[in-house]
Design a protein around this ligand. Structure first.
Ligand code: FAD
Length: 310
C-alpha cells in the first residue's frame, strides 16, 4: 500500500482534511506556523501557543523542518503530537538539505505513520549559511520541484510549496520565480505559501502572474513584528530588506518594546486586510511559537465571523 493511504485503522477526520479545499472555501483560510522547540521549557511555551490558537479553529498548522538530524526528529515528534492530541490539521515541512532520496523517503514514511497527509516540499538553504552556494546531496534532489514529484509518487499526499513575492535571493527575476511555481504546480503541488510579506503589492504581483498561467492558490505569510532586532536578523537571513515605510514606523518606536508590538500588530493588520480585500485565499501566520500578537491581528480583522469552519 502506498504511504499516506488509509489502512484498516481509520484516521480522525481532522488529519485528512484537504488544504486546497479549505483554501477554495468561502471565507479566508487562517493557518499558523510553528518551529520545533529545542528544550522542555520552550516545548511548554509552544504547547501553550498551540492550545490558545487551536480555539480559533485554523484551517491547518505547519511545523518547520531544520537541517540537522535532531531538529528533524523534533519536527516529526511535534507534528505527530499535533495529529494525535489536537483537533488541528498538520502540514509538515520537508527540505532536501543534506538528505539522499532514500532518507527523504524515510522521513515521508515517518510523517505518514504519524498520520500526516499534507507536506510542504522545500529545497531548504545551505546549512549554516543561508546566502551560500546550494550544493545538493550527491544522492539527493536539487530543487523543490523534484521533492514535490517524489512525495506525490510516494502516496496519497497533498503537497504545498514555497513562493517569494520579493523574488527568491538566488533567482534572476520575478518571471523566473513564476516559471518555477508553474513547474512546481505541474509536478503536483496544489497550493503555495509565501515568505513573510511586508509589501502587499509584491504579493499581488506574484499572485496575479501565477494565476495567469495556472491554478495554484498562494497564501501570504505574515509575521506580526514584536521585536525590531529579531525582524532585522530574519530579513537579513531571508535576503530581503524590509520596505522603508515599515522600517521607519518600527524605528520610530524602537526603544519602547510595547510600542513596537503595537506597531507590529498594526502593520500586520493593515497588510492582511488589504490582501484579503484583494482576494488572497487566506493568511498564514508565522507565530514564533507565541499566540498573543497573532490573536490580536486575528481579532482586529474580525476573522471569527469570516473564516470557513473546517
Ligand atoms: P526551489 O523551488 O528549489 O528554489 C530554489 C532556487 O532555485 C530559486 O532561486 C529558484 O528560482 C531556483 N529553481 C527552482 N527550480 C528550478 C529549476 N527547475 N531550474 C532552475 N532554477 C530553479 N527552510 C527550511 O530549511 N525549513 C523550513 O521548514 C522552511 N519553511 C519554509 C516555509 C515557507 C512558506 C517558505 C517561503 C520558505 C521556507 N523555508 C524553509 C526556506 C526555503 O527552504 C528557502 O527559501 C530556499 O532557499 C528555497 O526553497 P524552495 O523550496 O523555494 O526551493
Amino acid at each position: 500500500m502506498a504511504l499516506g493511504q488509509s489502512s484498516t485503522q481509520r484516521r480522525p477526520e481532522h488529519i485528512t482534511r484537504s488544504i486546497p479545499r479549505m483554501l477554495a472555501a468561502q471565507g479566508p483560510s487562517i493557518s499558523f506556523e510553528f518551529f520545533p522547540p529545542k528544550d522542555d521549557a520552550s516545548e511548554a511555551v509552544l504547547w501553550q501557543a498551540i492550545r490558545r490558537l487551536e480555539r480559533v479553529r485554523p484551517s491547518f498548522v505547519s511545523v518547520t523542518y531544520g537541517a540537522g538530524g535532531t531538529t528533524q526528529d523534533r519536527t516529526v515528534r511535534v507534528t505527530e503530537r499535533i495529529a494525535r492530541e489536537t483537533t488541528l490539521t498538520p502540514l509538515a515541512h520537508l527540505t532536501c538539505v543534506n538528505a539522499s532520496v532514500a532518507e527523504l523517503r524515510q522521513v515521508v514514511g515517518q510523517y505518514a505513520a504519524a498520520g500526516v497527509r499534507s507536506i510542504l516540499a522545500l529545497r531548504g538553504d545551505p546549512p549554516g549559511n543561508v546566502g551560500g552556494e546550494w550544493v545538493p546531496h550527491p544522492e539527493g534532489l536539487d530543487h523543490a520541484e523534484d521533492l514535490v514529484t517524489l512525495v506525490r509518487g510516494l502516496g496519497d499526499f497533498t503537497v504545498g510549496v514555497a513562493a517569494f513575492p520579493d523574488v527568491h535571493p538566488e533567482s534572476p527575476s520575478l518571471e523566473h520565480d513564476v516559471d518555477v511555481l508553474v513547474r512546481k504546480h505541474a509536478a503536483g503541488a496544489s497550493f503555495a505559501i509565501t515568505q513573510m510579506v511586508f509589501d502587499a503589492d509584491s504579493y499581488l504581483r506574484l499572485r496575479d502572474a501565477v494565476a495567469a498561467r495556472c491554478d495554484l492558490p498562494i497564501t501570504p505569510g505574515l509575521m506580526p513584528v514584536t521585536n525590531v532586532r529579531q525582524i532585522a536578523r530574519m530579513s537579513q537571513l531571508m535576503g530581503t530588506p524590509l520596505p522603508p515605510p515599515v522600517v521607519t514606523r518600527l524605528e520610530a518606536v524602537a526603544d519602547d518594546p510595547e510600542a513596537v508590538r503595537a506597531v507590529g500588530v498594526e502593520i500586520a493588520t493593515e497588510l492582511s486586510s488589504r490582501m484579503l480585500s484583494e482576494g488572497a485565499p487566506g493568511l498564514h501566520f508565522i507565530t514564533m511559537n507565541r499566540s498573543t500578537a497573532t490573536l490580536e491581528v486575528y481579532q482586529n480583522l474580525d476573522l471569527a465571523a469570516a473564516a470557513p469552519r473546517p
